[in-house]
Write a protein that binds this ligand. Structure first.
Ligand SMILES: [Fe+2]
Ligand SMILES: [Fe+2]
Length: 319
């Protein structure tokens, strides 16, 4: 175990010399209050219409790479922490294929959202413009590779995930509905894992992870709000759909036999049960915060923000 005495408080609140489960929970709650406030979630969603008219990337705070070191890993076996970093790197790639997949599901139904996520393609399939979502996401895997290198002195050779690609069923609205729920699940799980990593880190290491974290929260707010607007799902319907997709995602990663799979095996071992419970706690706390925010997303507010939903009302589920 690595304990750090140099940082009595950090982005996650107070830092115990020997953090126990309840200390880590308090740090997770503190991070959720800091990065997932109702104001932040509303701000990130209200940014979406301006992305359609004036695409712009979220600004990153500079990372001081040389100041990252192993002593900043808190209350966890550093080897397990590094496994999670390696797993995160693999889950983040290949972003090109992910963005193409989203573009294909969206372009017939909502071209502006297709442009935000996947940019634009020429007739021959070559890329004309890279979407903002992809531009933000493609910074994540290199960031985790660099963090890993700074902590170990070794260069990671991540094995990117396989991507299912677009499989149209003939009902583009239903296909898009499923796809958006799967994107919510990936943003939700990435945000939760990065919050948990921040609860187990401090100093520059923690500040570095805060950058991809804020992108994931930005995307989560946008996709959650877009889905509420387009499909008029209730909170429970979105929770159920996202959870189902999260389980499918975990099964997919297990079949990949990558470090992400290894991470799950390691995390779920009995001695690491506490960390598995912490991760589950983080996933739940994020959803609890989304439930509170969801109450603000009334039909009239969403219509005011994004206009009339293009989805036929027969495809919408009454909220
Ligand atoms: Fe990401
Ligand atoms: Fe993301």
């Amino acid at each position: 175990m690595t304990y750090t005495l140099d940082y009595p408080t950090d982005l996650a609140g107070s830092l115990s010399v020997q953090p126990h489960y309840f200390d880590t929970r308090a740090r997770i709650n503190c991070l959720i209050d800091r990065y997932l406030s109702i104001e932040t979630l509303s701000d990130r969603l209200s940014d979406l219409p301006s992305q359609f008219t004036n695409p712009h990337q979220r600004h990153w705070e500079p990372i001081h790479w040389k100041e990252i070191d192993r002593s900043q890993i808190v209350g966890i076996d550093p080897e397990l922490f590094l496994k999670v970093i390696a797993g995160a790197t693999e889950i983040e790639a290949p972003i090109r294929a992910y963005s193409r997949e989203s573009w294909e599901y969206l372009q017939a139904v909502h071209p502006q959202m297709a442009y935000f996520m996947g940019g634009d393609y020429a007739e021959d399939g070559s890329t004309l413009t890279v979407g903002i979502w992809e531009k933000e996401e493609r910074q994540h895997a290199p960031t985790f590779i660099k963090i890993y290198q700074q902590l170990t002195g070794e260069k990671l050779q991540p094995k990117p995930n396989s991507v299912d690609g677009c499989h149209p069923s003939g009902d583009p609205w239903a296909d898009l509905h499923k796809h958006v729920l799967s994107r919510i699940a990936t943003e939700w799980s990435a945000a939760s894992v990065y919050l948990w990593l921040m609860a187990h880190s401090t100093g520059e290491l923690q500040r570095a992870i805060a950058q991809p974290l804020q992108d994931e929260i930005n995307h989560l707010a946008k996709f959650w709000g877009f889905s509420r607007w387009a499909f008029a799902d209730s909170y429970h319907q979105q929770l159920k759909g996202s959870t189902k997709n999260l389980i499918l995602l975990l099964k997919h990663h297990q079949n990949e036999r990558t470090d992400a799979n290894d991470l799950m095996d390691k995390t779920l071992k009995l001695e690491n049960l506490t960390h598995a419970v912490e991760l589950l706690f983080t996933l739940i706390r994020v959803m609890v915060r989304l439930r509170a925010w969801n109450q603000e997303l009334t039909r009239s507010y969403l219509r005011h923000l994004l206009g009339e939903s293009p989805i036929p009302s027969s495809q919408q589920i009454a909220a």
